[in-house]
Design a binder for this molecule. Structure first.
Ligand code: NAD
Length: 232
């Protein structure tokens, strides 16, 4: 039995990934800023290194060493670049990029010790071509893709694969909130998506389930778009 941690596991994509990995037979703990009564749900802000380390310590004492990590915690920001305060920029970089840094650095010793590991970073299809009013988010997610490629090279010899999944438009609370605020036209996005539907969190979970599986061991450093054929 493998032990997995999914960040952002309280909602949307992270929740679907946690459910899928459990269905596939893994022990799964989640880390989310939102609290939950679930005994395997740990509350931490991924930007807070001490809180991340405490959460992983608690998970290790619950489950044992962790050799699968899916980084799905994320936060969007819609603002015209000129109106973006530096604090806005910093928070978005902190959650979407630095949070990934903290979680990977904290879990790596378990994977190196085991000589086996799987890391999947959820980035964004907006990194393919950019997205107006989302500069901080797209910058952070693009950096996550770059981090993914570098770590794949660095840790391949240790038996650890590192891949990214940039989702297209996925029906989650984050997306619906953006739609409610008038930032996204969901029907228009569906119309310009080759497969003509919105993505489901389960579509992303299926890709993650494959990438963390034993049989995906020869796949690393890849950016696997799950976007219905639409590269934003
Ligand atoms: P969501 O808002 O439903 O879920 C995100 C989860 O992350 C929430 O449970 C939230 O509490 C948690 N979170 C946010 N900030 C955190 C922090 N600082 N520390 C710990 N947890 C934190 O959103 P989602 O759509 O499921 O997004 C999941 C991931 O997919 C995100 O990284 C997002 O950027 C990415 N993504 C989503 C879409 C989409 O269309 N939904 C598209 C591209 C990328």
């Amino acid at each position: 039995m493998k032990n997995a941690v999914v960040t952002g596991g309280g909602s949307g994509i992270g929740l679907a990934v946690a459910q899928r990995l459990r269905a596939d037979g893994m022990h799964v703990a989640t880390i989310d800023i939102a609290s939950s009564d679930d005994e395997f749900a740990h509350t931490a802000d991924v930007t807070d290194r001490a809180a991340v380390e405490a959460a992983f310590a608690a998970i290790r004492s619950q489950l044992g060493p962790v050799t699968v990590l899916v980084n799905a915690a994320g936060q969007e920001k819609f603002k015209r670049f000129a109106d973006l305060k530096f604090e806005d920029w910093q928070r978005i970089i902190d959650v979407n990029l630095n949070g990934v840094f903290h979680c990977i650095q904290t879990v790596l010793p378990d994977m190196v010790e085991a000589g086996w590991g799987r890391i999947v970073n959820i980035s964004s299809s907006s990194t393919h071509s950019g997205q107006p009013f989302m500069s901080s988010y797209v910058a952070a997610k693009s950096a996550v893709n770059g981090l993914t490629k570098s770590l794949a090279l660095e840790y391949g010899p240790s038996g650890i694969t590192v891949n990214a999944v940039p989702p297209g438009f996925i029906d989650t609370p984050m997306l619906r909130k953006s739609e409610e605020r008038g930032y996204l036209a969901v029907q228009q996005s569906i119309d310009s998506t080759p497969v003509r539907r919105i993505g489901r969190p389960e579509d992303i979970a299926a890709a993650c389930a494959f990438l963390v599986s034993e049989e995906a061991g020869y796949i690393t450093g890849q950016i696997l778009g799950v976007n219905g054929g639409r590269n934003t």
